[in-house]
Design a protein around this ligand. Structure first.
Ligand code: ATP
Ligand code: LTN
Length: 334
């Protein structure tokens, strides 16, 4: 309707590489659930991005299904948000080629994730790893979103997507909405429990450094109890207390309490009590998600149907943008 304001559109994706961590949940996934109330949302499992590093096919297949189930289990509702798997919508790879020809080698060389991953996988620095940001730009621009909710580490890729969109619009005429990255504050950067100067990452070799969304209650509490802290033994947020700051931020993100309120609540108590409280709060948040996930995974036919519906709806939107970009660049439309 003309006088009814169009809801702003949001899009984000998550890679099905390993089991997501508490970092992925607080930094990305949980915000998506809140956003679906106010935005017209598109969320995808970025399986094509996952193969920029070597994946075992049978494991990848399972992780894609599990990640899709997780999106549903955390509370994303297919009636409110469009949920799909990236590889089910061929327009992503098609647009990515058009965008590749409008992206400079120098720009891609500056991406810190490319540098990090090249160092980490020195035996497989493939073209896909280098071109990753152009595929990500295609994921985004196909759906003409206004904003991209992501963790802080994806800001550089989002900026590049904006630059690509602006350049394309400038060269060929207005084609893409230029989206804003949307970085949530609390829990925006959850850190490793073993080395709080690093981000919590599911690909860390030390399993005690991260909370997997599949960890059971005892494991969650045990990992928090082992978290690296400092020797002050005082629950307060301050410079140089990275470990405690991280635990306070996690606790705040889960309970909604402010950092001040947490300091007050744990006044005079040691780190042991605090770590147990954080562990319990996190475990209580994760248990119902794990239960829903198990129910969903038990009905593969229903999951596949939801994937099919998502792919069909996403393809309609993406196909329109792809056709527009092809036409503007001079391809012959049949
Ligand atoms: P990998 O360990 O394989 O590099 P990852 O754990 O960093 O992966 P991604 O799949 O790259 O996770 O990220 C999915 C989303 O989760 C992104 O939006 C990212 O910004 C966010 N995210 C990942 N790790 C964290 C973290 N520690 N804190 C907050 N957000 C995070
Ligand atoms: N690169 C992102 C995942 C990703 C994404 C996207 C995020 C792929 N395509 C589009 C937002 C929008 C990551 O590694 N977290």
């Amino acid at each position: 309707m003309e006088n009814q304001e169009r809801k702003k559109r949001a899009l984000s994706c998550i890679q099905p590489t390993g089991t997501p961590t508490l970092g992925n949940y607080l930094g990305a996934l949980r915000n998506w659930v809140q956003m679906q109330e106010d935005f017209d949302c598109f969320f995808a499992v970025a399986d094509l991005h996952a193969i920029t590093v070597r994946q075992e096919p049978s494991k990848l297949r399972q992780q894609i299904v599990e990640m899709f189930a997780l999106l549903l289990a955390i509370g994303l509702d297919p009636q409110k948000s469009l949920l799909f798997v990236q590889s089910h919508v061929p327009a992503h790879t098609q647009l990515s080629w058009l965008l590749s020809c409008n992206t400079q080698f120098g720009e891609l060389s500056r991406m810190t994730q490319f540098k990090d991953k090249s160092a980490k996988h020195a035996d497989n620095i493939n073209l896909g790893l280098f071109a990753y940001p152009t595929l990500m730009a295609a994921d985004i621009l196909l759906y003409q979103p206004d904003c991209i909710p992501v963790g802080a580490d994806q800001k550089q890729h989002c900026e590049l997507s904006r630059n690509i969109a602006e350049r394309f619009n400038g060269l060929y005429g207005n084609t893409f909405v230029v989206p804003e990255p949307f970085i949530m504050k609390t829990g925006a950067r959850v850190r490793s429990l073993q080395d709080p100067t690093k981000k919590m990452s599911k690909s860390d070799e030390n399993v005690n450094s991260f909370i997997s969304l599949k960890d059971d209650k005892d494991t969650v509490i045990r990992k928090f109890r082992r978290a690296v802290t400092d020797s002050e033994a005082k629950v307060r947020y301050a410079e140089g207390k990275d470990g405690i700051n991280n635990l306070m931020e996690i606790y705040s993100a889960i309970t909604g309490l402010s950092l001040d309120a947490i300091e007050q609540a744990f006044e005079g108590k040691g780190y042991g009590d605090f770590k147990t409280a954080v562990g319990e709060a996190v475990a209580n948040e994760l248990t119902p998600i794990q239960e829903r996930m198990n129910t969903l995974l038990a009905d593969k036919a229903q999951l596949e149907q939801l994937m099919r519906d998502g792919a069909a709806n996403a393809s309609r939107v993406a196909g329109r943008t792809l056709a527009k970009a092809q036409k503007k660049m001079g391809f012959v439309q049949l």
